[in-house]
Write a protein that binds this ligand. Structure first.
Ligand code: ADP
Length: 140
């Protein structure tokens, strides 16, 4: 399988509860490598731009406010099949549906406050990595 890169965000509910290390450990145990990382505090407008594809959904305003409520940790994860592997480690959007051992099963509070974001396709990964990082910040 090809080596891929994917964009991960450790969301405000998780940074607030000091879970960054525990979440990164799950990525690393699954064979994903952190090749870029930073802690930032998004504005609601920046969160809105990042999540533009969800503009028409009922939860969009709530999602933007949530993503701007506390700092987040944005990371680029690299590895074989990294996009799908990260989605596996994350678990289902709704923690009640997430498989045992996944980040969302272990840590998410609700469907909205669900601890992590991960790119869902190669196209999304390319757009989302470029949204947060310049080429110089990616250290493979
Ligand atoms: P995923 O993050 O699993 O790819 P989606 O792309 O469907 O899920 O949704 C993006 C994010 O929007 C979710 O991770 C979650 O934070 C939020 N969200 C999705 N559905 C709901 C909902 N029904 N109510 C509140 N927030 C939601």
């Amino acid at each position: 399988m090809a080596i891929e890169r994917t964009l991960s965000i450790i969301k405000p509910d998780a940074t607030k509860r000091n879970l960054t290390g525990k979440i990164v450990a799950k990525f690393e145990e699954a064979g994903l490598r952190v090749v870029a990382s930073k802690r930032i505090h998004l504005t609601a407008a920046q969160a809105g731009e990042f999540y533009a594809e969800h503009k028409e959904r009922g939860f969009y305003g709530e999602l933007c406010e949530f993503m701007a409520s506390e700092p987040v940790v944005v990371q680029v994860l690299e590895g074989e099949g990294a996009i799908a592997k990260n989605r596996e480690v994350m678990g289902a959007t709704d923690p009640a549906q997430a498989a045992d051992g996944t980040v969302r099963k272990d840590f998410a509070l609700s469907k909205g406050e669900n601890s992590v974001h991960g790119s869902d396709s190669a196209e999304s990964a390319a757009r989302e990595i470029a949204f947060f990082f310049s080429g110089l910040e990616l250290v493979g």
